[in-house]
Design a protein around this ligand. Structure first.
Ligand code: PEP
Ligand code: MG
Length: 928
């Protein structure tokens, strides 16, 4: 683990505190608990919530939690435990024994426990769990006598051997077997062999004697393969399990997941030791999971799934497709299945009451796990449930309306990054109507997606890494997913699984990431070897296109177009954004260069344009004509030639600016003067060069010479921005004339227009003064020509060069506003070329030399310091100086929070990110 100095000292302080207090174990159950839900840091999420439920008097199997501090201690002390731990564990085990009247390791009345991980924030399926700890050849006899169910007891023992040998004896011991040779697979192979010999298909068809024999086979195999006997001593089993959970914190999967989710390595996991309850004791037993509201849509219904005669892992692992918990939660797909509500009405009623009570108590949507053992309900877990962005918005607004939470809490309940999912594209409904789905599954993650079929996680990750554009879009299609698949799931546009329910691994992970996902789509049959999926008569191959509607669970063959969602119809979204706007202080504008972008930005709630890049008109569709004129201007060799070309270009610039000003109806539009190095626009191909030469009326060689003379070694720091306006004042002049004339004409037509002229790449006040003189002169000329005496406008500068930030006090004497160009400011502060970071930045991030890409999230300690200096010095000169940001960071929630704290007036970002910035600004204002 690489740790920063502060983190290291925090960890040491934590360890010192722990050593002093020596309270490493917290008990729960029997109507009380030593911990509470607030103690997640110490007890992990699972432990803290088990304690809370036990404290509320809910039926929680008694147990205890070994704290996360023990995990930290373990890694800091060469994988050893604190001295007092053993005694504490034994004491707490004794407490569980006395509550239940059973004894761990007892031949007549044995207590069995589970050993589970529990980090501060949930890491679904990433770490280890061992069930049925305490079973051996002696205790099983006691359990058989107690339950009268030898088959169940043998099955539990063989499951223990299977799990324990895999998790403790192989994985935690650092043994890395060849593919398919792991102990778990070898034992599963023995199970399959036995079934074949008996001529049966299901495990449940094996007799008690078969299973007893299988236990012996398993033990021999463990000894053969791992060179050690399976431990019969229950205490050895318990400590082996505890150690394996701590080890699993640093397993490959867990590390990978933490990297994606940005969970610090230092947090550590707690270990929960809890008495076993069994959902697999026959037809009056069951297990399930539920959500107090539907986590996919946010609907206020108790939503969940259950399986009769099963253990919890069977639901989460997606091995059997579970049944709907109640009638209200049924959909077309599950209509005919039996619900818990009808199959076990008493247990269901009890559960329903508990879920209501828990939601009121926690004042949030919860995800709960339960087991019913011979009709008796036990609560195994509760935690604040993961939800997608669409559901998060609905729940927050509904809960505010139900008076469960306040308006402020509702705003804070939706993370700005989750809001992206509300804005997410969906399959074009028209295209969906014109075709029929090939299959339907459970809608586990909303939105639409298309991509090429990948049948393994590695395949998906590889395609994405090696391809670009549309070719890099894949849909991962799996029987079911497991924690080993996370890299491929992350790389894919969407996930489709044949098995599993709404709480399967795929659904849980996709929900956390806000990814389009369909699970339990049992009409598809995957043939990995042939590289195909069969859906009824239809066969699709790996690499074929498919499209998913994750909101309805529909799967289509081929590539269906995506469209933006109808936000106006989403009332909850409207309410939430309205509340956010009431609380935020920061203004939010958009970076937009066309009337269409401007329109979109306003629809998303932008209050102006913070960056209109004039050069936009020279790229892409419709750019041929203005680009031709610009090129003529660039290769001019005299001012007269240049002015002639500029006069022609003027028409295009004016029309472009005018259309956007008109669209914004008087809202401020910050128009930046031409910024890129001119060489960027010189044609590359011989044909185009020849065309330009004939246009200008010179020979090809002459043109090439002129073009070559523009070449720069380091164009990002070369002849660009204000420097162009200094060398060629007529370029500034033309643009300013176009802006002011467009404005004057709009005013004369009775419309409103408010341009703000912005000068880029400034590093001295003198450059600004030079440009101001031009602007002032042109203003007089335009006022005279148009007869409009007062043309409203501001003139300001970008702060994107470190020197400009340092000399902001001087620069503010001239400027009426500042806008931080943090793309360039980051480039020049770090000295990282913004166009070349791909070759080294990933190494910096992987090695934790930088916490993240400073071009995505503002580097507060370096670039942020310059921003603060510039604000302080600028406002010292001009207290009412208007200050904004228009670099990419303006749409990044963490950077928006910084901008709020730093005292900026507004942020400007791409239109799509405007709602995210609005919500992030409200979060910043509400943060303590
Ligand atoms: C910036 O540098 O942050 C900026 C907004 O300008 P550009 O990205 O066009 O250089
Ligand atoms: Mg810039």
């Amino acid at each position: 683990m690489v740790r920063s100095k502060t983190k290291r000292s925090k960890v040491k302080a934590k360890a010192r505190r722990a050593a002093k207090d020596s309270k490493y174990v917290y008990s729960f159950g029997g109507g009380k608990a030593e911990g509470t839900a607030k103690m997640k840091e110490l007890l992990g999420g699972k432990g803290a919530n088990l304690a809370e439920m036990a404290g509320l008097g809910l039926p929680v199997p008694p147990g205890f939690t070994i704290t996360t501090e023990v995990c930290t201690y373990y890694y800091d002390h060469g994988r050893k435990y604190p001295k007092t731990l053993q005694a504490s564990v034994e004491k707490n085990l004794g407490r569980v024994e006395s509550i239940l009247g059973a004894k761990f390791g007892d031949a007549k009345n044995p207590l069995l426990v589970s050993v589970r991980s529990g980090a501060r924030s949930s890491m679904p399926g990433m770490m280890e769990t061992i069930l049925n700890v305490g079973l051996n050849d002696t205790t099983r006899e006691g359990l058989i006598a107690k339950t009268g169910n030898p088959r169940f007891v043998y099955d539990a023992q063989r499951r223990l051997i299977q799990m324990y040998s895999d998790v403790v004896m192989e994985k935690a011991a650092g043994i890395e077997p060849e593919d398919g040779k792991g102990i778990r697979q070898q034992l599963e192979h023995e199970l399959r062999k036995l079934k074949e010999a008996r001529g049966v298909h299901e495990d449940t068809e094996l007799s008690a004697d078969d299973l007893r024999g299988l236990i012996e086979t398993y033990k021999k195999k463990v000894l053969d393969v791992l060179g050690k006997p399976f431990p019969e001593d229950p205490m050895d089993q318990l400590w082996g399990g505890i150690g394996a959970v701590f080890q699993s914190w640093n397993g490959r999967r867990a590390i990978e997941y933490r990297r994606i989710e940005k969970i610090p390595d230092e947090w550590g996991t707690a270990v929960n030791v809890q008495s076993m309850v069994f959902g697999n004791m026959g037809d009056t037993s069951a297990t399930g999971v539920g959500f107090t509201r539907d986590p996919s849509t946010g609907r206020k219904i108790f939503y969940g799934e259950w399986l009769p005669n099963a253990q919890g892992e069977d639901v989460v692992a997606g091995i059997r497709t579970p049944l709907p918990i109640n009638e209200a939660g049924k959909n077309d797909h599950t209509r005919a299945l039996a619900s818990l509500e009808t199959a076990m009405p008493n247990a269901y009623r009890h559960l329903e009451k508990i879920q209501q009570r828990l939601e009121k108590h926690y004042r949030d949507m919860l995800d709960i796990e339960f087991t019913i053992q011979e009709e008796r309900l036990w609560m195994l877990q509760c935690r604040v449930g993961k939800r997608n962005g669409v559901a998060a918005v609905k729940m927050a607004v509904d809960m505010k309306k139900e008076k469960l939470i306040s308006k402020k809490e509702a705003i804070l309940r939706v993370s700005p990054s989750a809001l992206v999912q509300v804005l997410l594209p969906m399959l074009d409904p028209k295209a969906e109507q014109a075709t029929s789905p090939i299959a339907k599954g459970l809608p586990a993650g909303p939105g639409g997606a298309y991509g090429r079929i990948a049948l393994t996680a590695d395949e998906a990750a590889e395609i994405v890494e090696k391809s670009t554009g549309e070719d890099a879009k894949v849909i991962l299609v799996r029987e079911e997913t497991s924690p080993e698949d996370v890299h491929g799931m992350h790389a894919a546009q969407a996930i489709l699984t044949a098995k599993g329910g709404m709480t399967s691994h795929a659904a849980l992970v996709a929900r956390g990431w806000g990814k389009c996902c369909i699970v339990g789509c049992d009409a598809i049959e995957i043939d990995l070897a042939a590289g195909t999926i069969q859906v009824g008569e239809k066969e699709l191959k790996r690499g074929d296109w498919i499209s998913l509607n994750g909101t309805d669970g529909k799967v289509y063959a081929g590539k269906l177009p995506l469209v933006a969602p109808n936000l106006e119809a989403n009332r909850e979204y409207g309410s939430l954004m309205g509340w956010a706007d009431d609380f935020r202080r920061l203004g939010v504008r958009a970076n937009a260069d066309t009337p269409e972008d401007a329109k979109r930005a306003r629809a998303f709630g932008a209050a102006g344009i913070g960056l209109f890049r004039t050069e936009h008109m020279f790229y892409g569709e419709g750019s041929e004509e203005p680009l031709g004129k610009l090129r003529r201007m660039i290769v001019s060799s005299t001012e007269a030639e240049r002015r002639a070309a500029l006069d022609e270009l003027f028409v295009n610039v004016k029309a472009d600016v005018k259309a956007t000003l008109e669209e914004m109806e008087g809202q401020p539009v910050t128009i930046r003067l031409l910024d890129p190095p001119l060489h960027e626009f010189v044609p590359k191909s011989e044909d185009k060069l020849r065309e330009l030469a004939s246009d200008v009326g010179i020979g090809l060689d002459d043109l090439k010479r002129r073009a070559d003379s523009l070449h720069e070694t380091n164009p990002m720091m070369g002849h660009r921005g204000v420097r162009l306006g200094v060398s060629y004042p007529e370029v500034t002049e033309m643009q300013v004339r176009a802006i002011l004339e467009a404005t004057a004409e709009l005013l004369r037509a009775g419309k409103k227009a408010h341009p703000e002229i912005m000068i880029p790449v400034v590093s001295t006040a003198a450059e600004l003064a030079h440009q101001y003189a031009i602007i002032e002169r042109v203003y007089g000329e335009v006022a005279k020509k148009t007869g409009v005496k007062k043309i409203p406008h501001l003139v300001g500068t970008m702060i994107e060069v470190p020197r400009a930030a340092l000399l902001a006090g001087d620069i503010a004497k001239q400027a009426q506003f500042f806008s931080f160009g943090t793309n360039d400011l980051t480039q020049m502060t770090f000295g990282f070329s913004r166009d070349d970071t791909g070759s080294f930045l990933p190494d910096y991030i992987a090695s934790k030399l930088l916490p993240e890409d400073p071009f995505s999230s503002l580097d507060e300690s370096g670039v942020g310091e310059l921003v603060k200096i510039a604000i302080e010095r600028g406002r010292k000169t001009k207290p009412d100086l208007k200050i904004g940001i228009c670099g990419e960071h303006g749409g990044d929630p963490r950077s928006v929070e910084f901008c709020h704290r730093a005292g900026l007036d507004y942020v400007s970002c791409s239109p799509f990110r405007v709602p995210i910035a609005r919500l992030a600004a409200a979060h910043a204002a509400l943060a303590k």
